[in-house]
Design a protein around this ligand. Structure first.
Ligand code: T4K
Length: 428
């Protein structure tokens, strides 16, 4: 099913929304499944599909004014004034010396590998989006997949250290779910072994560790501004670093046109951010603090609505002092919940609640690594466990508190009817 929706036709968001009613958890007279769940024939709980993804859209008037400005200047790309302004404003906000805006985070990761001069092997978690190891493959580096901490879903220095050998040139840590890997022990480990440390911080815009904005850790951090991210320029991303020489290399690798002081680099790419992307990014930046407040409110609603559900635990970021609440991640214990994660996912999808199972399968079980690096297939039990148990629920600018109440109620109803649902789905 194509779940891409004509967003402009969605009902306007109620702001502020009315207080949320507690989902009905008490056992009630049970209607037949055909009347209770869309999967068995009832009307879906939501009128149209509600996806996972933050999906920021500025008001049409502001968007139109921004595009008029670009047309008046007749300047589309090549590090134009809007891209420059976005870099300056992000650097100020994130308190980092250099922000290098790019077309997307994937090219940003490729550029980071090239600018750092990496060779041989790079250690990273398999529990990440496939773009992370693929950036290594594009630069002819070999991924060394590391398992993650089962409670925090992040990699740790303790798990990485035994994997370091003479061919390893770097650690590529991934900050997931608006949380962060423990950066200080990772930096100490990298320093001890004389290797580089950089971060895939695609999920981390707006997060802070000990009051320091994410973007200031390791040699360089890479952010995604994809449409589904908390900070969006429709497509886009940026690299953040406090290293002047590295920033100059990144700017020269980003584009054969360069930008700033020319330095010798071996390869160039086209990672330029267009003016249209930068314009949306600047509008989003104006609205960003309000988006964080809204995300937090929605997360609180989920926390209230899901609290009483057995066998479901909501991921709470714990290594950050400030999170962006970008993802609502739940772990389903099949035995305690009563249904498998995938059966719950199917039930919700029929209700037009398009929950996701990031990241499934794990990178180590995905092409090409499942064939090229078979040693990892059965070597990462925690990653496999999370791949099989997590679901992500919709949140962000287009999601209302009323919809969250509906989602929580549907999950509670699924648990209430779990025996009947299991029996029915076993029949077919
Ligand atoms: N590292 C990590 C850890 C990442 O998570 C990602 C990307 C990257 C690196 C690479 O960053 P980029 O190179 O992409 O900047 C999405 C995103 O495409 C991807 O950016 C993201 N992570 C990944 C976790 O999720 P999909 O294919 O699962 O989602 P997608 O694009 O189908 O969108 C989700 C839903 O939102 C869809 O059901 C439809 C809806 N949607 C989407 C868009 C774009 C809309 O309704 N309107 C829209 O405009 O990959």
């Amino acid at each position: 099913m194509n779940t891409l929706q004509p967003i402009v036709s969605r009902a306007p968001r109620a702001w502020p929304a009315p207080p949320l009613a507690e989902p009905p958890l008490a056992r009630q007279p049970e209607p037949p499944l055909e009347q209770a769940f869309a999967l068995f024939g009832a009307a879906p709980a939501l009128a149209q599909p509600l996806p996972v993804g933050q999906l920021y859209f500025p008001s049409w008037d502001r968007y139109e004014a921004a595009m008029r400005d670009i047309f008046d200047r007749e300047y589309y790309t090549n590090h134009g004034p809007l891209a420059q302004r976005l870099e300056a404003r992000l650097a100020e906000r994130m308190k980092v010396r250099h922000v290098v805006c790019v077309t997307n985070a994937t090219i940003g990761l490729v550029m980071a590998c090239e600018a750092l001069g990496l060779t041989g092997k790079v250690i990273l978690p398999a529990f990440t989006f496939i773009a992370t190891p693929q950036a290594l493959s594009w630069t002819r580096l070999t991924p060394v997949f590391c398992d993650v901490d089962p409670a925090t879903h992040q990699i740790t220095a303790e798990r990485i250290e035994p994997l370091i050998d003479a061919d390893v040139s770097a650690i590529l840590a991934v900050n997931l779910w608006g949380d962060a890997c423990p950066a200080a022990p990772l930096q100490a480990l990298a320093d001890r072994h004389g290797i580089r440390l950089f971060f895939d911080s695609a999920h981390s815009m707006g997060c802070e560790v000990g009051g320091v904005p994410v973007g200031n850790f390791g040699d360089v951090e890479v952010f995604s501004f994809h449409a589904t991210k908390v900070f969006s320029s429709a497509e886009g991303g940026c690299l953040c670093t406090n290293d002047d020489a590295l920033a100059a290399r990144l700017r020269n690798i980003r584009s054969s046109y360069g930008a700033g002081a020319a330095v010798d680099v071996v390869k160039t790419s086209n990672g330029r951010m267009s003016e249209a992307q930068a314009a949306i990014g600047l509008l989003n930046l104006d609205d960003f603090d309000a988006a964080l407040v809204n995300n937090r409110l929605l997360f609180d609603r989920y926390r209230d609505g899901l609290r009483a559900i057995r066998g479901l635990s909501l991921y709470e970021p714990r290594h950050v002092s400030t999170t962006n609440y970008q993802y609502v991640v739940c772990e389903i214990d099949e035995t305690a919940f009563g249904l498998s994660r995938d059966l719950l996912l199917g039930l919700l999808k029929a209700e037009n609640i398009v929950a996701r199972r990031y990241f499934h399968p794990g990178a180590h079980r995905s092409i090409p690594y499942v064939d090229e690096l078979p040693q990892y297939v059965d070597a990462l039990p925690e990653t496999d466990r999370l791949n099989a148990r997590l679901i992500q629920l919709p949140s962000g600018a287009l999601v209302t508190e009323t919809q969250i109440a509906t989602i929580c109620e549907r999950i509670a109803a699924a648990q209430l009817h779990a025996d009947a649902i299991r029996a029915r789905t076993a029949e077919v």
